[in-house]
Write a protein that binds this ligand. Structure first.
Ligand SMILES: [Zn+2]
Length: 466
């Protein structure tokens, strides 16, 4: 068996790991898109480094675009195998890949206008919303904790990773002539006390682990403080400063957690009387899909549902659908909260809210998630005095606040705790992926201090034989 790392190698996006088995099958774990590097990203996404037609099975850890976003692209380019994932991941992909297709189409439209001026021929979008719909035909969902035989030599079991709705660690058993390989790809690992989802679940002993390392050098705040801190920022911005609070947020996961936290505060009569807008059609759709998957909810959430049947809805909370209604929010002068995607502020409606609000000291931008180093979000977080949005420079005068405890990723202690279900001596190899290289080196030495060994930080394209 060989493993080849074809994405999220010494970086955070583009998750793709290939397994070549002795019986001649090629398994792809995740097919994620690279995000956040402008034009460079487009080229990276188009050059896969493997032939999509040669892939037999694609096994998907979760629906985030940096893990699933190139599925329609490989289908368009010859992949005709099966995509295995959990039922909630399948449902989320049906809206997220279509949304991504729409984004590709719009981006290319704008890009081609510039190319036309330069006398250059137009380029095609990576894929369209129609390609995304086509790709959904290949999906097969398998519930958590069921062993599923993919073929006579390969079986898979999904265990809950507690990262977003439907997220799973992929546990593979691959039978070869002289041995049986047990491999676990953790995908992204959630926090042990998510507001809504079950905690990451212990998984059976593996000999090879491929695991994420996003926050390999950081510890998060406790979750309890985060509600208070969120409330403090709402009061400071909307009551004291009489301004707008902009919360850029991933449509799937983070947004629902924030809405739920606000719902809890509302039920406790702590929330000031301000309007709250969720301005992202994808967030609205993802919230509706979340309602359909109580099998992913933790006991606290199930208990909460007994007293409040709609944890994602309350008076003063408005889901915005149309572009026209979204633009109307720019004209609002009264204090309000706007939750909008994307979380890293590279795409989506949040960009026009930032352009409209960032140069006014009355407003606050509340960053609630990870921003990859080259993104607009990262530039805002590091304190740039001016930022470029839609090609125009804006002075940053709004307050910039961070609230990391809403992170969907575990910190290094939480990730290590997740791995503690394993007998370290039985591990042949532990691969760190999905992290910035410096962070990964830090995490590697922390893991070594805690008894893990044989750890590798693979480079893009690197291969390992077992
Ligand atoms: Zn993720």
């Amino acid at each position: 068996m060989k493993i080849k790392f074809s994405g999220a190698a010494r970086e955070v996006t583009g998750s793709k790991h290939l397994i070549y088995t002795e019986h001649g099958k090629t398994i792809l774990l995740d097919c994620g898109m690279y995000q956040g590097k402008g034009l460079e990203t487009d080229a990276m996404n188009r050059k896969l480094g493997f032939n999509p037609a040669s892939i037999d099975y694609l096994i998907l850890s979760h629906a985030h675009i940096d893990h699933s976003g190139l599925i329609p692209y490989i289908v368009k380019n010859g992949f005709n195998g099966t995509v295995y994932c959990t039922p909630a991941t399948r449902d989320l992909c049906s809206i997220m890949l279509a949304d991504s297709g729409n984004i590709q189409e719009n981006d290319v439209k704008n890009f081609n206008k510039k190319r036309e001026i330069q006398g250059l021929p137009p380029i095609e979008p990576i894929y369209t919303a129609a390609d995304a719909a086509q790709a959904m035909e290949l999906f097969v969902s398998i519930p958590y904790n069921k062993v599923f035989k993919i073929d006579e030599k390969v079986s898979v079991k999904f265990t809950d990773a507690g990262h977003i709705l439907g997220s799973a660690a992929i546990n593979l058993t691959i039978t070869e002539s002289h041995t049986i390989h047990k491999l676990c790809f953790t995908g992204d690992i959630g926090r042990p006390h998510n507001r809504i989802l079950k905690s990451p679940q212990a998984f059976s002993q593996a000999e090879i682990i491929i695991t994420e390392s996003t926050y390999g050098d950081r510890l998060h705040e406790g979750m309890k403080d985060s509600e208070e801190k969120l409330l403090e920022v709402v009061k400071y911005t909307c009551v004291e400063k009489r301004g707008k609070l902009i919360i850029p947020s991933f449509s799937v996961g983070r947004t629902q957690e924030i809405i739920y936290a606000l719902d809890i505060l509302k039920n406790k009569n702590l929330l000031p009387n301000v309007k709250i807008y969720v301005d992202s059609p994808l967030s609205t759709n993802a919230t509706n899909i979340m309602r359909l998957h109580p099998e992913c909810f933790n006991q606290d959430m199930l208990n909460y549902l007994q007293t409040d049947p709609d944890p994602f809805g309350f008076n003063n909370l408005f889901y915005i659908q149309t572009k026209e209604d979204s633009k109307k929010l720019n004209k609002i002068t009264e204090p309000c909260v706007i939750i909008s995607a994307s979380g890293m502020m590279e795409a989506g409606r949040v960009k026009h809210h930032l352009a409209n609000s960032i140069s006014n000291a009355k407003n606050t931008i509340l960053v609630v998630g990870y921003c990859a180093p080259t993104t607009l979000g990262a530039r805002i977080v590091r304190g740039d005095k001016t930022v470029s949005i839609y090609g125009k420079e804006y002075l940053v005068k709004a307050d910039i606040r961070l609230l990391e405890s809403f992170s969907a990723h575990g910190d290094y202690k939480e990730m290590m705790n997740y791995l503690s279900c394993q007998d370290k001596n039985k591990l042949i190899k532990l691969f760190l992926v999905h992290g910035e290289y410096e962070v990964q080196q830090h995490y590697k030495s922390t893991l070594e201090t805690n008894g893990f060994s044989r750890i590798a930080i693979p480079e893009f394209g690197e291969e390992f034989s077992f």
